[in-house]
Design a protein around this ligand. Structure first.
Ligand SMILES: [Zn+2]
Length: 82
């Protein structure tokens, strides 16, 4: 057992985006995968995240109402790189 290295659910949720983007190092990815083996809650959460990303990728610009598109573009223009 490596209790000191096990992730809590909160930690998994924090890094799940990096995990899905394959942005984690090998050790961190393994820790997430180990956690998912025994944690139904995080497995479900990850499944929902994957589904959301898949749906988002399928969303083409023409599916977005033009008024919403204008609002989104305006919001993105306000963003500055961190
Ligand atoms: Zn969990």
């Amino acid at each position: 057992m490596r209790l000191d290295q096990e992730l809590t659910c909160a930690q998994v949720v924090e890094i799940v985006t990096a995990y899905l983007e394959d942005a984690l190092g090998d050790a961190d990815r393994e820790r997430v995968e180990e956690h998912l083996v025994f944690c139904d809650g995080c497995s479900t959460y990850l499944g929902q995240m994957r589904e959301t990303i898949a749906l988002t990728r399928r969303l083409e610009p023409e599916h977005i109402p033009s008024r919403l598109q204008d609002e989104l573009l305006a919001a993105f223009r306000g963003w500055s790189p961190a």
